[in-house]
Design a protein around this ligand. Sequence first.
Ligand SMILES: C[S@@+](CC[C@H](N)C(=O)[O-])C[C@H]1O[C@@H](n2cnc3c(N)ncnc32)[C@H](O)[C@@H]1O
Length: 249
Amino acid sequence: MVHITENNYRERILEYYDNVAPEYGVKHGADMAGGRYGFGELYKKVLAPYFSPGDKVLELGCGNGASSEMLASYGVDLTATDISDEMVKIAQSRDIPNTKFLRLDAMELGKTEGIGKFDVITAFNSFAYYPAKARVLRELRSHLNENGRLVILDMNALCPVYPISAWIGRLEMSSWWTTTKEMTPSGIRRLCSENGYRMVRLETLNFVPHAVEGAVFQVLKAVNPLLNSTPLVKKLAMRVLIVAEPLPE
Ligand SMILES: C[S@@+](CC[C@H](N)C(=O)[O-])C[C@H]1O[C@@H](n2cnc3c(N)ncnc32)[C@H](O)[C@@H]1O
């Protein structure tokens, strides 16, 4: 297994995402029934309280724009960014209203001049990859307006699907489990409090993978509310939602 470090990170992530970009919507499922249910229904409803029309929003790791479409539907003024030029090109072709796209490395925010400040900074299925999560969290503070917040939705490292995928070498997880394994709710709580944030919401949710269609999707969608409302099972859900606010300096 490749050990991801801050030094080899950029090269490794671009090697994967520049190549997968044309088929991302299907290979990762963002544009399949499971992905459409997540961004178009479940996450859209759960995240709605954290966005108001006109908010200035920065999205880190926008991918092919499926998550950007959900954000734009809240009526926000969106800057959607990704480290991969190929992903940005595909996201741009979705023609999303009130959205501008930029190539931006979330790990380089400390060196990024002029991007400005935002009411909400989001990252969907992107933060888990960053090997320097603590530094990124500290740097994001200076890009948040007063009363601004972070909204992160990502892989829950307690969900057995990810270590098993890493073990059998599926998708990109064989390389990225080293950074993804930090995404346990307790790890995230510690990371946020050590780097100057107050937790507003921390919750695991969703048992419907993005890359499912047809009968499998229908069955998982039907049992999802029950699984999400069963406390011990809910801990193993696929995603973790983090809403956090910077503490005063
Ligand atoms: C799994 S995709 C998620 C895309 C989209 N947000 C979604 O949920 O469908 C992860 C994305 O994060 C991007 N990414 C990874 N590391 C990044 C970084 N340091 N800065 C910006 N984008 C990054 C990748 O290029 C990729 O497009």
